[in-house]
Write a protein that binds this ligand. Structure first.
Ligand SMILES: [Zn+2]
Length: 304
């Protein structure tokens, strides 16, 4: 009498190789391109590629160094047409033009990008104007459109008031992207949730603690929450940084309140990196799920 496992193995041996199931690709996988922030200390600026069913499809932020990491990883950009910008600080957007150029030079046919990012306020242009300033008719890199294949940029500026409703911005063949406004000092900012085949990942972007209710709502029951962790708990970081970033203790509380299944900390500052044990302890005070620290080129399958 064979056990079910032995029987299954016997069947596998009898099946021709072409009929054996290939290892399943995760429904969603995050490839961290940049896990650092504005200062240069060896990590690229904030950026990630989201693979959908094994195919790179979505670029989340494009901090300086993303271009280099894309090349190092040999990522095929052919299907990366969706760009989600959490905000327009340089450490999240400095490589956007380089990404457009790379994508255009390695493509066979015309490209239609759909780009999402915050509306403008104060010193910050709305995202559609930002893209125009880069590659529009009168933009700094207007030549770029003549360089590779034909490119169309469809840009949507997202609401930035904290009382704006959570909004679905992509719903296509089972792939869903939702967003909600957050708060990052004077810089308009949003967070994103990407879902496919029953799993979800949420990108907090940079945000201060005033936007946590929105983030918790967006992240409810997500498989993975990627939270940018750029400060230590007060008073260990310069006080003005708490108007821009959420400290570890509050990140732990948000992870617990949203009941996310796992937490990945990214956008790591040198002092956060060097005090990993204290950061983990602070988060652990509220959140019992798995916590990991990001590194450039880290690949994280989402859920299951
Ligand atoms: Zn940042």
């Amino acid at each position: 009498m064979k056990t079910p496992i032995a029987l299954a193995m016997a069947v596998m041996v009898l099946l021709p190789a072409c009929l054996r199931a290939a290892p399943a690709k995760p429904a969603l996988e995050v490839v961290v391109l940049g896990s650092g922030g504005p200062r240069s200390f060896g990590r690229a600026g904030s950026s990630a590629i989201v693979m959908v069913a094994g195919v790179p499809r979505i670029l989340v932020d494009a901090g300086p160094g993303a271009f280099l990491r894309i090349g190092e990883l040999g990522l095929d950009l052919e299907k990366v047409d969706t760009v989600l910008l959490t905000h327009l600080h340089i450490d999240h957007s400095g490589d956007l033009a380089a990404f457009f150029n790379d994508r255009a030079l390695t493509s066979d046919g015309p490209i239609t990008y759909r780009i999402f990012g915050p509306d403008g306020a104060g010193l910050f242009p709305k995202t559609s104007r930002f893209v125009d300033l880069l590659v529009g008719k009168d933009g700094a890199f207007a030549y770029q459109k003549t360089f590779g294949v034909r490119e169309t940029f469809v840009v949507r500026d997202l609401a930035i008031r904290l009382d704006s409703a959570r909004t679905k911005i992509v719903d296509e063949d089972g792939l869903v992207v939702e967003e909600i406004a957050t708060h990052h000092g004077d810089c308009p900012s949003v967070a994103y949730r990407i879902s496919y085949k029953g799993v979800s990942v949420v990108f907090s972007g940079d945000m201060d603690a005033s936007a946590l209710p929105n983030l918790v709502q967006l992240a409810k029951n997500a498989d993975l929450l990627i939270f940018n962790c750029a400060v230590l708990d007060p008073p260990a970081s310069p006080s003005q940084l708490y108007d821009l970033h959420t400290p570890p203790g509050k990140i732990g509380e948000a992870a617990r309140a949203s009941e996310v299944k796992s937490l990945l900390l990214s956008h790591l500052a040198p002092d956060v990196e060097s005090q990993e044990a204290a950061v983990r302890k602070s988060i652990r005070a509220s959140y019992a799920g798995p916590v990991a620290f990001a590194s450039d080129k880290l690949r994280v399958p989402v859920g299951k």
